[in-house]
Design a protein around this ligand. Structure first.
Ligand code: C5P
Length: 400
């Protein structure tokens, strides 16, 4: 066998997919030894797991030594990678807060081996601030995540929270074990999409951003092995494979989510953040009162790019901004880069007729230091790959 994985199976409906994962890993010549939480034993039987893995199955802390001549400390360190699949909201919470009240959590607390987590839970449980907070804690400690995917769930709801497909998890495990990609071990933060700034419960101020460019960048960085957190305003796009998406609505939410996702090695601000929000959002729908239309008092939103670019211990070592302009592209881009304090800036002409907003193509003017480089027109996915390759080159020449 080329490597050894301890697979912790959590108690969720998606646990049955872990059986397929065991089969796929063994086919890839990776040995698997499994630990089932107590509730996992209600979804899959230790006998099936043992049959597929060809190794002892562990369920209880106290019987471990008798079963395997190995204690929990030795077991936790006997593998090249610990994988939790499926990781339930409960297991994530216990792990994030250092509980050691069963064999699975004790192993996780005792280990110094890298940990990969494949979450699976109901969409509301996934989106709950408690789960999102736990996720950030675990990410900051270096845990690797695969998924969750968007899609239909066993409970009938739809959204993020579905376990990634076993094939995708097996590939992520193989990547983590054997291939060091150019951005492996780097945390990249990407903002994408528009923000919605509420006027009242039914109206908001928004813009034409589709999120396509930011999503393509998130996907390209993930393909190069980065751990990507995509902080997205409202869009209709599916979350790219292997990317962790945090959904936000307003500019204030987006800033808070970015700050919570730090530390990051690189931040790419591709979102079209609303420059202003309404000073006081009405609690009830505003009515036409006849006569004069109401006027909206606005207040400026914080600048996320400028905030992330500010010197300090938490500043990502590479901060990249975008400039969507409708005239004097180069002059505005140069001034914007200086004003924001970012390292690189990608400027694009979004005036009517260019088809950039919502379209597939983009034409970039790339600014790095004093260098200004026009890129040829290309698909947004091409811009994303070129940028990801450039980020990888930048990190390969700078020590950690
Ligand atoms: O000032 P302007 O909106 O043209 O700047 C564009 C760049 O700044 C983009 O990278 C955008 O994501 C970022 N930005 C931001 N927060 C704001 C406004 C813009 O991060 N409030």
């Amino acid at each position: 066998m080329r490597a050894r994985v301890i697979l912790i199976i959590g108690g969720g409906i998606a646990a049955y997919k872990s059986l397929e994962l065991i089969r796929l890993l063994r086919k890839r010549d990776i040995a698997v030894e499994c630990v089932l939480t107590e509730s996992a034993t209600h979804f899959v039987t230790p006998l099936s797991v043992q049959g597929l893995s060809g190794a002892p199955v562990h369920t209880a802390l106290l019987s471990l030594a008798e079963d395997s001549q190995m204690d929990h400390i030795a077991l936790s360190r006997s593998a090249d990678l610990l994988v939790i699949c499926p990781a339930t909201a409960n297991l994530l919470a216990r792990m994030a807060h250092g509980f050691a009240d069963d064999l699975a959590t004790t192993l996780l607390l005792a280990t110094d081996t890298p940990v990969m987590i494949a979450p699976a839970m109901n969409v509301r449980m996934w989106q709950h601030p408690a789960t999102q907070e736990n996720l950030r804690l675990l990410q900051a400690r270096g845990c690797l995540f695969v998924g969750p995917d968007d899609g239909e769930m066993a409970c009938g709801e739809f959204g993020p929270g579905r376990l990634s497909e076993p094939e995708a998890i097996a590939s992520a495990i193989e990547d983590a074990l054997f291939s060091r990609k150019p951005l492996s071990g780097r945390h990249v933060l990407v903002t994408a999409g528009p923000t919605h700034e509420p006027i009242d419960p039914v109206r908001f101020i928004a813009n034409h951003s589709s999120g396509k460019q930011g999503y393509a960048i998130a996907a390209a960085c993930a393909q190069l092995g980065a751990q990507v957190t995509l902080i997205s305003g409202p869009t209709a796009l599916p979350c790219p494979a292997g990317v962790m998406r945090v959904d936000v609505i307003t500019a204030l939410d987006m800033l808070a989510a970015c700050e919570a996702a730090l530390p990051a090695d690189c931040a790419i601000c591709a979102a079209a953040v609303g420059d202003w929000r309404v000073t006081e959002t009405a609690m009830q729908k505003r009515k036409k009162a006849g006569g004069e239309p109401p006027s909206l008092a606005l207040v400026e939103n914080p600048d996320i790019l400028a905030t992330l670019s500010r010197p300090g211990a938490r500043r990502p070592s590479l901060v990249i901004g975008f400039a969507a302009e409708t005239e004097a592209l180069q002059d505005h881009a140069v001034a914007k880069k200086k004003r924001k304090g970012c390292d690189w800036l990608l400027a694009n002409d979004v005036s009517t007729g260019t088809g950039v907003f919502g379209g597939e193509q983009n034409r970039i003017l790339f600014l790095d230091g004093d260098t200004i480089e026009p890129w040829p027109a290309m698909p947004k996915t091409g811009v994303a790959s070129a940028l990801a390759a450039r980020i990888a080159a930048c990190f390969s020449s700078s020590p950690r």
